[in-house]
Ligand binder design. Structure first.
Ligand code: TRP
Length: 453
């Protein structure tokens, strides 16, 4: 029964945990989490977010790893063959295929935004932000996104970095990259938190993040917390599933998933502890949306002791985080091309990279040439972001969790999970009922059936 992955295996439990945490920790934690927390009033949002991670994210993560390790193939064929093993409809494979397409789409805009982080690393390091004002910081950012050539150059550079790792394979590419970058990321993050708490306004930041004031949280904010949990944990499209397919037998799935989910959440909170003290100390606004990191933060660093050094370190952290996430987004399409279309890993990487590069141009132009071209008030970038984060990921997560906990035979999931009976029962209950119901709520909200104010 035990299959082997044709792509390789992680060398240890730690290797899997570092790689999966690398996938989870990304722009979602360091760029997005602080600004959505800022927009949703702080502590109460954080509390709801943590609940979503525990009751929805964690069970779905376990479901993905379980399917991956048992199927040992790309998401489409893993789901197809597990369905056939247990005498269910092979149509479940289309869930896996949707994940493959989501991989192309998400990476196309992820790479463009990650390109900004690379650009900002060089800007911070060369001292460009010294003494910047609110106006000049905004100008620097707007001048960058208004220039398609510059955005294309950074998008190309970041994508090339990602393809370089992917092409090298699981052991000497993915595993080695995570083993170097994740510890470095953690150390830099701790330095940044130390700097923030020391040089910034620590008390206000801690109050903001940890004092729950439910009056400032709307129903829409609750749903946003759930969407954020999904994206941040890399769920719903088979990225964690593929990482599970490289997991050796005999390693506890539940315990590994717990470590990954906790680390991801801790990193998001630490990112908040690094950013908010700095922002508060310069009396800047925390609810400034997506520009929090690229517009507000440079102003703060520009006025602080050793700001150029710590600013550069901060953007290096962001680049590492985005890099290890991007390689996980590349994995479902690449393994699918290798197994289904008999490509070499190198060829599959080039092909995926090419498609992603072209799709990425749509995001690049959304900020300049095509900024006036909208469909239902969305630019190309907004449309791809919405289609993937609000529709494909929730649908995928819903189907994955129903499949693992409701469709696959109980013996199969129990045998793969090898967990204590109570743990198994709790997982199955959460993955079968709680997670799908919660995801359905987010989904209905996203497509506008339910309208919360
Ligand atoms: N989790 C990553 C982040 O927080 C992004 C990411 C990587 C992702 N792989 C994914 C999101 C798969 C959804 C699905 O930035």
């Amino acid at each position: 029964m035990a299959r082997k992955s044709v792509h390789g295996q992680w060398s240890s439990r730690l290797a899997f945990i570092l790689a999966a945490t690398g996938s989870a920790v990304g722009l979602g934690n360091i760029w997005k989490f602080p600004y959505v927390t800022g927009e949703n009033g702080g502590g109460a949002f954080v509390l709801v977010y943590i609940l979503c991670v525990a009751c929805v994210g964690l069970p779905i993560m376990v479901a993905e790893i379980l399917i991956g390790r048992r199927g040992r193939q790309n998401p489409m064929d893993s789901m197809g063959s597990l369905a056939r093993d247990d005498g269910c409809s092979p149509h479940w494979q289309w869930v896996g295929l949707m994940g493959v397409f989501a991989g192309f789409l998400i990476l196309s805009f992820y790479s463009v935004i990650a390109g900004w982080a690379v650009a900002y690393f060089f800007r911070a390091a060369t001292g460009l932000f010294r003494g910047v004002t609110a106006t000049s910081s905004k100008q620097i950012f707007q001048r960058m996104i208004a220039d398609p050539e510059r955005l294309i150059a950074w998008h190309t550079a970041f994508l090339a970095m990602t393809m370089f790792i992917t092409a090298r394979g699981v052991a000497s590419g993915l595993e080695r990259a995570s083993k170097i970058m994740m510890p470095a990321l953690f150390v830099i993050l701790l330095i940044m938190v130390g700097y923030g708490l020391h040089a910034g306004d620590a008390q206000r930041a801690i109050d903001f993040l940890f004092r729950a004031d439910f009056h400032r949280l709307s129903a829409a904010g609750v749903l946003e917390a759930m969407g954020q949990a999904f994206f941040s944990l890399s769920l719903g499209m088979g990225a964690i599933m593929i990482y599970g397919s490289y997991l050796p037998a005999g390693i506890s799935i539940t315990r590994s998933a717990l470590v990954v989910a906790v680390s991801d959440t801790v990193v998001a909170l630490l990112a908040g502890l690094a950013i908010f003290p700095v922002v508060f100390s310069q009396h800047l606004h925390v609810g400034s949306g997506p520009g929090l990191i690229f517009v507000t933060l440079p102003i703060a660093f520009g006025h602080m002791p050793y700001g150029a050094l710590f600013g550069a370190l901060f953007f290096l952290l962001l680049v590492f985080a985005a890099w290890t996430s991007a390689i996980s987004l590349m994995e479902p399409p690449v393994t699918w091309l290798v197994e289904r279309h008999r490509m070499s890993r190198f060829g599959a990487t080039l092909f995926t990279g090419g498609v992603v590069w072209v799709l990425g141009l749509g995001t690049v132009f959304s900020f300049n040439l095509w900024s006036g071209v909208t469909l239902w008030h969305m630019t190309f970038f907004d449309a791809v972001d919405n289609l993937t984060s609000n529709i494909m990921l929730p649908l995928g997560g819903f189907a994955i969790s129903v499949f693992a906990a409701g469709v696959m035979a109980r013996e199969s999931s129990a045998q793969e999970l090898q967990a204590a009976p109570t743990v198994y029962r709790v997982w199955r209950f959460l993955a079968r009922f709680v997670a799908p119901a919660a995801v359905a709520l987010v989904f209905l909200n996203a497509i506008g059936v339910l309208r919360f104010r």
